[in-house]
Design a binder for this molecule. Structure first.
Ligand code: NDP
Length: 436
């Protein structure tokens, strides 16, 4: 804590991993002697830089940009860029640390990184966003590269922003390489990338349910968020037979007891997408639904909960409400959405609980597949990418079970399983390199 003053999010994420891997460090004295965990929790480098850009009124605006390159033991640094006013060093260090384990879990050769800026894209014109993205990349370009560090999107960074940044990178370096993922299909993007995180979180959920001979048919689901991850999770879970009764945004949640079917979901995607609308408008469009201002949807009766908005959005109290209301499974689309006491509550209740680093790894996995396609200078068809995503999510689920089963009680601690499986691969690569 004293090495990272004020970095609450980062400290929490390291603590969680440390608690889970302490046993295997004890079992393997080399991990201990070589200080592997301490080395992993000190990022390789934290780059911070100024971004100046001009708004539509001609005023000069100044933002702070970052790239945290946490660990590249098993492959080039890889992780998203976030544009949101809440971005700071602690949040990005936590995300880059988590990303290291998540990327390792996918089985693909990718290290961990995260970046972004404290820029709020909300209410900005397209031209302002373009100028900001160009200015951001004018500094970032010197730290990234197809074999060095490959950023992607995250909150506030979608295909449009990736396009602006890729264009600027290409212009500065005069090179067309796979330096970013989440690109448009016309210039090296992969099919299924936009869908991958949300779909993947549902595939992971399905695998967990299968261990109890259950499926999603007839289940009721509550999903937070209305962005990329949340809408695609809702799409897939509906396709597999569940009914989504609530979704949310930063202003509150909507409750639709009739279910948010594909037509309603298309409306949400359009309205929240480029139009930048609010979820509260849903109730004017579809009768029977209610809007709950400033509230989260965790008080509703449901079988499944999928937090897909942001970190720390599900507290211990929320977790207890979900449990009291009969929730049997939680699959996290967002990164660390459940606070520590919420995680403890789920574990104590022994429900199926998938942490984001395992459940939402489908997005970065397909980004890894995008990197492979770029290296080959080919595009794979939809069935091929979709098939690989399904297989990768099954493999991640299996790795978590292999490392998370609690004796012969039949209970799987997926958090522990994910931490141990992700840690081992990176740790063994680091041992091979000696002290560097
Ligand atoms: P988007 O920007 O597309 O959507 C984020 C959603 O969360 C919006 O509905 C937003 O509401 C809501 N939200 C943001 N902040 C808050 C808050 N403080 N309280 C309540 N709601 C909030 O982001 P993504 O869907 O891409 O990402 C969501 C989560 O998933 C993040 O944790 C991200 O790190 C994680 N993730 C994303 C991946 C991806 O492939 N996109 C990959 C792996 C993880 P509003 O519109 O009102 O701001």
């Amino acid at each position: 804590k004293s090495r990272n003053p004020g970095q609450k999010e980062f400290f929490e994420s390291v603590r969680e991993v440390a608690e889970d891997v302490v046993d295997i460090i004890d079992e393997n004295p080399e991990y201990h002697r070589q200080q592997i965990l301490r080395r992993m929790s000190e990022p390789d480098r934290v780059i911070s830089f100024r971004i100046c850009w001009e708004n539509d009124d001609g005023d000069i605006c100044i933002q702070r940009g970052y790239r945290v390159q946490n660990n590249n033991a098993i492959g080039p640094y890889k992780g998203g860029l976030r544009f949101h006013p809440s971005v700071n060093e602690s949040v990005l260090k936590f995300l880059a640390f988590e990303q290291t384990f998540k990327n390792s879990l996918t089985g693909l050769p990718m290290g961990g990184a995260k970046g972004g800026a404290d820029f709020n894209p909300k209410g900005r014109s397209e031209r302002e966003i373009m100028r900001f993205c160009q200015s951001f990349m004018t500094e970032l370009y010197r730290h990234v590269g197809a074999d060095r560090d490959v950023p992607a999107g995250d909150i506030g960074v979608g295909p449009r922003e990736i396009g602006f940044m890729f264009g600027q990178y290409k212009r500065i370096t005069n090179q067309f390489t796979g330096v970013l993922t989440g690109k448009g299909l016309e210039y090296g993007g992969s099919l299924i990338r936009p869908e991958a995180t949300g779909y993947g979180a549902v595939y992971f959920l399905r695998s967990m349910l299968e261990t109890q001979d259950r499926d999603l048919e007839g289940m009721t689901a509550v999903i937070s968020g209305a962005g990329n991850v949340a809408t695609h999770a809702a799409e897939k879970i509906t396709e597999l037979g569940a009914k989504v009764i609530a979704m949310s945004d930063s202003k509150g949640f909507i409750h639709d007891p009739d279910g948010i079917d594909s037509e309603k979901l298309d409306w949400i995607k359009q309205h929240k997408g480029r139009r930048g609308g609010e979820i509260s408008d849903y109730v004017d469009q579809f009768s029977g639904a209610t809007f709950h201002k400033g509230e989260k949807p965790w008080g509703l009766e449901c079988d499944i909960a999928m937090p897909c908005a942001t970190q720390n959005e599900l507290s211990g109290e929320d977790a207890r409400k979900l449990l009291d209301n009969g929730c049997i499974a939680v699959s996290e689309g967002a990164n660390m959405p459940t606070e520590r006491d919420g995680v403890q509550a789920f574990k104590q209740a022994k429900i199926l609980y998938a942490p984001g680093k395992a459940a939402n790894a489908g997005g970065v996995a397909v980004s890894g597949l995008e990197m492979s396609q770029n290296s080959e200078r080919r595009s794979w068809d939809e069935d091929q990418v979709q098939g690989l995503l399904v297989d990768i999510m099954k493999d991640i689920h299996q790795r978590c079970r292999d490392n998370g089963m609690n004796g012969d009680t039949g209970y799987c601690d997926y958090v522990k399983g994910a931490n141990i499986a992700g840690f081992r691969k990176v740790a063994d690569a680091m041992l091979a390199y000696g002290v560097v």
